[in-house]
Design a protein around this ligand. Structure first.
Ligand SMILES: Cc1cc2nc3c(=O)[nH]c(=O)nc-3n(C[C@H](O)[C@H](O)[C@H](O)COP(=O)(O)OP(=O)(O)OC[C@H]3O[C@@H](n4cnc5c(N)ncnc54)[C@H](O)[C@@H]3O)c2cc1C
Length: 284
């Protein structure tokens, strides 16, 4: 039986390849100094979705929310095997925290059409909260399984997956539709296929085509571009208005390699360390 699978993927700064000053003087991230990449665990999410399609048929839709350059991530998704891609982009979505982001993504998933499985990465390497997947499942009103490593079985109406926990692995069965968040212990992502690269390098959003002075692409070369009105989002739940998180202070922390403290490997040394960690609220 074929399945409609939706993958949520985020374009993130590559923190391993800093080409300039990573932070601006105002404490915000200097995105110009950090090349943008496919969030690593989202590649595993895409792979899991493609492997479901390979085994059962169906279609894989990849959605991302971000500024116009995030269309590059969607071309990459097409190179790897996605059937349909859409960029959710709107200035009114700026400053969205995870609550607003997951709300906007829930509207986008619904707008994309009927779905059986929604797949997210466990965590994005920039925001790093791992909140968006679980919040999205709540907003879609569907069950979720987090930290998924593999799909063990999929048949009409239900899916069985393996997930890892701090204490080992669990095998869980759940009803469809369902949301999974996937870790990098899942199957290695496939490489872009050369034939698909040759075809889909011409894929573009209408906005990209306009800026390049070209005709808007047609057919499966279209990268759909949706704004908050297209997906029917309530503006009060988007951007700053929909974000209860308030950033009090942003601080750049440089970890100096030189500072270290020796802890004696005896009960007094360990007790002193635990006491210190509780005092500075690292644990407690
Ligand atoms: C007050 C506040 C203001 C902010 N303002 C901005 C801002 O102006 N601009 C900005 O870029 N960020 C902003 N952020 C960060 C933004 O909230 C997060 O980047 C976003 O909500 C995703 O959270 P995360 O990175 O922790 O993702 P996680 O929860 O770690 O991501 C888990 C998974 O969810 C999916 N996912 C997450 N985000 C997206 C996405 N955008 N598209 C598709 N799938 C996704 C992916 O599958 C990902 O692997 C702000 C955050 C706060 C708290």
């Amino acid at each position: 039986m074929p399945y409609n699978i939706v993958v949520l993927a985020k374009q993130v700064p590559d923190t391993k390849k800093i080409t300039g000053k990573a932070m601006k003087d105002d404490g915000t991230v200097n995105r110009a100094a950090l090349p943008a990449i496919f969030n690593p665990e989202d590649l595993y999410a895409l792979e899991l979705a493609l492997s479901i399609k390979d085994a059962h048929g169906g279609s894989v839709t990849c959605l991302t929310m971000g500024p116009p350059p995030a269309a590059e991530l969607l071309r990459d998704a097409l190179y790897r095997g996605a059937d349909r891609v859409a960029l959710v982009t709107d200035r009114r979505a700026a400053a969205s925290d995870t609550l607003a982001t997951s709300y906007i993504l829930s509207c986008a998933v619904r707008h994309a059409g009927p779905f059986d499985v929604v797949v997210c990465g466990r965590q994005a390497i920039d925001g790093d909260t791992a909140q968006v997947g679980p919040q999205l499942a709540e907003k879609l009103g569907i069950p979720q399984v987090t930290y998924v490593e593999a799909v063990k079985d999929l048949r009409e109406g239900s899916i069985t997956v393996r997930r890892s926990t701090d204490h080992g692995v669990e095998v869980l069965k759940g009803p469809l539709p369902i949301l999974l968040t996937v870790t990098d212990k899942a199957h290695e992502p496939r490489y872009p296929a050369m034939k698909r690269v040759m075809k889909y390098k011409k894929a573009a959003t209408a906005g990209e085509a306009r800026s390049a002075g070209k005709q808007a692409p047609a057919g499966d070369l279209v990268i759909e571009e949706w704004n908050l009105d297209t997906i029917g989002a309530d503006l009060q739940r988007c951007g700053m208005a929909g974000s209860p998180t308030k950033v009090k202070r942003i601080q750049a922390i440089v970890l100096a390699g030189s500072g270290h403290k020796e802890i004696r490997p005896d009960p007094e040394g360990i007790e002193g360390l635990v006491h210190e960690l509780i005092e500075d609220h690292t644990i407690g």
